[in-house]
Design a protein around this ligand. Structure first.
Ligand code: FEO
Length: 168
């Protein structure tokens, strides 16, 4: 592993922890506003982001380097609506996709093949995460402020089960 790639992966560990905290803050807003299904969905998402951070943490250690955990970004905790929460989530995932793509490109440029193999999983994961959140945002835009549709959607979000992250 080159020092540049190591530093970039260590930075991404913090980015994934930041995403985890950010989703937890969104879950808190939702549950405080009685959207318990959305709160559950976001808690699961927060756990997944924690697992992403740990997957990279474990990878760095497996390559015989010291993983680092730096300070994380403060999380946004104030929203006007459920739609605004998921729009923020969508924006966050776009940012993470950019981070992962940049990291993959760096590993490619520096010919760190083990990192490329590890990061391939994240590239695929981002496609799935962006798709899932795009669907939720689209549905929320459709239902607008209709209470019964919002409650249906909240119930649907509450049915999410956690998926294991390989390598954690
Ligand atoms: Fe770990 Fe949602 O990206």
């Amino acid at each position: 592993m080159t020092p540049t790639v190591l530093e970039a992966i260590n930075r991404q560990i913090s980015n994934e922890f930041s995403a985890s905290f950010s989703y937890l803050a969104m879950a808190a807003w939702c549950e405080h506003h009685q959207f318990t299904g959305a709160g559950h969905w976001l808690r699961v998402q927060s756990q997944e982001e924690h697992a992403h951070a740990m997957k990279l943490f474990n990878f760095v250690l497996a390559r015989n380097h010291q993983a680092s955990v730096a300070g994380i970004e403060p999380s946004r905790a104030d929203f006007k609506s459920l739609l605004e929460v998921f729009e923020a989530a969508q924006k966050q995932e776009h940012v993470v996709t950019g981070q992962i793509d940049g990291l993959y490109e760096l590993a490619f440029t520096e010919k760190v093949f083990a990192a490329m193999a590890e990061l391939q999983w994240f590239v695929t994961e981002q496609v799935e995460e962006e798709q899932v959140i795009r669907e939720i945002v689209t549905k929320l835009r459709m239902v607008k402020d209709d209470p019964s549709s919002l409650l249906d959607l909240d119930r649907e979000l509450g049915a999410r089960s956690a998926a294991p992250t390989p390598g954690v």
